[in-house]
Design a protein around this ligand. Structure first.
Ligand code: PGA
Length: 251
């Protein structure tokens, strides 16, 4: 059976004090979350060390919101996988739609970031998902397929044994408009089938999260679907109580 993974993507939010309150609140509720569900938070990079210290001794895992595609050198503003390792990061999100659309990250750059994370033993959370106009034009599978192909072409299907995929329809991110469990399941099944055509074992074991306006109230329905293995949570991960409700729904 696959494990579940619920990860909070805090984006550009938080201060030293609000983060302390949030992490302490999450820690207090972790006993109510099933042992089959891994729970992670992805703070802004500057706060990773703070969160690492606050989470020490608990089962709360740590992730970064991005990672440089290069190992070291003249790359101003970037943070390497080796640096993330020093602060206990188990995961790094790559290819979030905000990075793709606001910062122009191409499929190829995302694939290189994915590879850089894996070179240092960090599990990339590869985000894929279509825009509203792409969904309306019936292009969901071709877009998600293209995003996956960029990674498959350079890293191969076996790399997904040490990766997580997050299906995040762009029209559902931060909009309050969640994909229905059926809409999400269809795309998750498409992703798993695509990998299964190349390697059945890897396809069966890879964790595929759903992301996009997940809340305490809709998480259980989404997570009940066969191919939905947890969630990548934005807005609702900024409140401990709401985030814990989502984690509990993954039990
Ligand atoms: P949201 O964000 O939960 O606020 O829609 C999800 C994400 O961007 O990962």
């Amino acid at each position: 059976m696959r494990r579940m993974l619920v990860a909070g993507n805090w984006k550009l939010n938080g201060t030293l004090s609000t983060i302390e309150e949030l992490v302490n609140g999450i820690k207090q509720g972790l006993d109510s979350v099933s042992g089959n569900c891994d729970v992670a938070v992805c703070p802004p990079a500057l706060y990773l060390q703070h969160v690492q210290q606050l989470a020490a001794g608990s089962r709360l895992l740590l992730g970064a919101q991005n990672v440089c595609d290069q190992d070291e050198g003249a790359y101003t503003g970037e943070i390497s996988a080796a640096m993330l390792n020093e602060f206990g990061c188990r995961y790094a999100i790559v290819g979030h739609s905000e990075r793709r659309s606001l910062y122009g990250e191409s499929d190829e750059l995302v694939a290189r970031r994915y590879a850089a994370a894996q070179r240092k033993g960090i599990i990339p959370i590869l985000c894929v998902g279509e825009l509203l106009e792409e969904r309306e034009a019936g292009q969901t599978e071709s877009v998600v397929g293209r995003q996956l192909d960029a990674v498959l072409a350079s890293q191969g299907v076996d790399s997904f044994a040490k990766a997580v995929i997050a299906y995040e329809p762009v029209w559902a991110i931060g909009t309050g408009k969640t994909a229905t469990p059926e809409q999400a399941q269809d795309v998750h099944a498409f992703i798993r089938d695509k990998l299964a055509a190349l390697n059945k074992t890897v396809a069966e074991s890879v964790v595929i999260q759903y992301g996009g306006s997940v809340k305490g109230a809709n998480a259980a329905d989404l997570f009940s679907k066969q191919d939905i293995d947890g969630g990548l949570i934005g807005g609702a991960s900024l409140q401990a109580e709401e985030f814990l409700k989502i984690c509990q729904a993954a039990g």
